[in-house]
Design a protein around this ligand. Structure first.
Ligand SMILES: [Zn+2]
Length: 196
């Protein structure tokens, strides 16, 4: 059989490596590489690549998957942040004058963010600087139950009665008044009056 040109063998090599060529082609290649070091080396290199490549491809796939997952999580969290901040922005811009009703709005803003999130009442004094050192609390409007329970425990007093905007707490020796004020339509500020 006449020797085939190396170019033809080179074309057949991938089929040989993948084991998809005919027996005839196989024989031709095997005979050829017995005599041709060049093609033998190429075939050998192709085989090496085949055994090295699959794990690399696999790794790439898992890396890609992980990257996709991270990307998805990132996008979802950005969307949540965006939705939340737009709500907050709409809410705040609709209430600008009331926002400044108590002076510095920052402690109040921080407080109602906590309130929206997970709390029944927030001590504004602990969130930001208080005005005149007076202790103030923020609650949702008409939702004072948990807050009053907290006050009763904290000050060792019982809630007695309401007088207008004032809520009176007492024990055997003293009394105090919580003065309430509506804040931003949906919230109430309670100012802790002096204990007598
Ligand atoms: Zn050759």
């Amino acid at each position: 059989m006449s020797k085939l040109p190396c170019k033809v063998i080179e074309d057949l090599c991938p089929l040989y490596v993948d084991d998809v060529c005919s027996d005839e082609s196989k024989n031709i290649i095997e005979e050829h590489i017995l005599e041709c070091e060049n093609c033998k080396a190429k075939l050998y290199a192709m085989r090496q690549n085949l055994s090295i490549n699959p794990p690399i491809i696999k790794e790439n796939i898992t890396e890609k998957k992980l990257f996709k997952k991270v990307k998805r999580i990132w996008i979802i969290s950005m969307v949540i942040v965006l939705i939340f901040s737009s709500f907050l922005f709409i809410f705040l811009s609709g209430h600008t004058p009331e926002l400044f009703q108590e002076g510095n709005p920052l402690p109040y803003t921080k407080s109602f963010i906590q309130l929206i999130g997970f709390k029944d009442y927030v001590n504004i004094t602990t969130v930001g600087e208080s005005t005149n050192g007076q202790i103030r609390f923020l609650t949702r409007k008409d939702d004072h139950k948990d807050f009053f329970n907290y006050i009763e425990k904290e000050y060792q007093m019982k809630y007695r009665s309401q007088m207008g905007a004032g809520y009176i707490f007492e024990n055997d020796t003293s009394s105090m008044v919580l003065v309430s004020e509506t804040y931003m339509k949906f919230y109430t500020i309670f100012k802790v009056g002096t204990v007598h």
